[in-house]
Write a protein that binds this ligand. Structure first.
Ligand code: ADP
Ligand code: MG
Length: 232
């Protein structure tokens, strides 16, 4: 469970999150939407203690993320909006294996996870490719595979579909469905509700650093007659 309590974040004089409280129960498929600049990325970066609250707190499974950032990073897999920044190794396979290797898993288990994660993003057979030679969309898929290979109990993806073609998009959606079915919490930050609206248990809408709507897709859709797509 991810528990956000009265979280406020300022960048200088401007307030990016204003007293936000939100609980994401285990196993929920949650969409986080809202206009560009509404605070979505800032909010999810707090889940992993990548930012420090100006007020309020975030807890993962009851543990304050500021007290134990490493525990938060183990249980929440995060795919950032700028995936290139997330890649750490020279080749695709080494990059995806990096996280599981740090968990100290046996080699066969690492290989199995890498293979399965690469298949989920349509990169099977590309383990030896150099990450610097990949397109932006392919790099994004490697970053997603890296998070999948960690098999985290919560998976947070910030605009994961931005650079994906239709085939990779479908494949990732299938994998998110499978993870959701197996009890993983999935949080997708997106401006594009296509194919996601019907999958989600819940849609949380941010605007100006505040939650302005929160509920099942049918309800939130009804609150926002023109849809909840407010840009990127
Ligand atoms: P979203 O992901 O919804 O587009 P962000 O969380 O990235 O929104 O940004 C929320 C607000 O905080 C915006 O006004 C943005 O300009 C500002 N902001 C985000 N990151 C920084 C930063 N590193 N320095 C200064 N302002 C920032
Ligand atoms: Mg963002």
């Amino acid at each position: 469970m991810i528990t956000v309590t009265a979280l406020t974040h300022r960048f200088g004089e401007s307030i990016a999150l204003d007293d936000v409280s939100l609980t994401i129960p285990d196993g929920e498929f949650c969409l986080l939407v809202g206009p560009n600049g509404s605070g979505k990325t800032t909010l999810v970066r707090h889940f992993n203690a990548l930012l420090e609250p100006d007020a309020g707190s975030v807890a993962v499974d009851g543990v304050d993320v500021t007290d134990d950032p490493l525990a938060a990073r183990r249980s929440i897999g995060m795919v950032f909006q700028q995936p290139r920044d997330q890649l750490v190794a020279a080749t695709v396979g080494a990059d995806v294996a990096f996280g599981p290797e740090n968990l100290g898993l046996p080699r066969e288990e690492i290989d199995r996870r890498v293979e399965s994660a690469l298949a989920a993003v349509e990169l099977s057979g590309r383990a030896d490719d150099h990450v610097d030679a990949l397109s932006g969309g392919e790099q994004a898929r490697v970053a997603i595979a890296g998070a999948l290979a960690m098999a985290p109990s919560h998976l947070v993806l910030d605009e994961p579909f931005a650079g994906l073609d239709l085939r990779a998009r479908r494949s990732l959606l299938d994998r998110l469905d499978a993870l959701h079915d197996s009890g993983t919490s999935v949080v997708v930050v997106t401006h594009d509700l296509r194919d996601l609206h019907e999958r989600a248990d819940r849609i949380v809408v941010l605007a100006g650093g505040e939650i302005v709507a929160d509920g099942p897709p049918a309800e939130v859709g009804a609150l926002e007659p023109h849809g909840v797509d407010g840009g990127c």
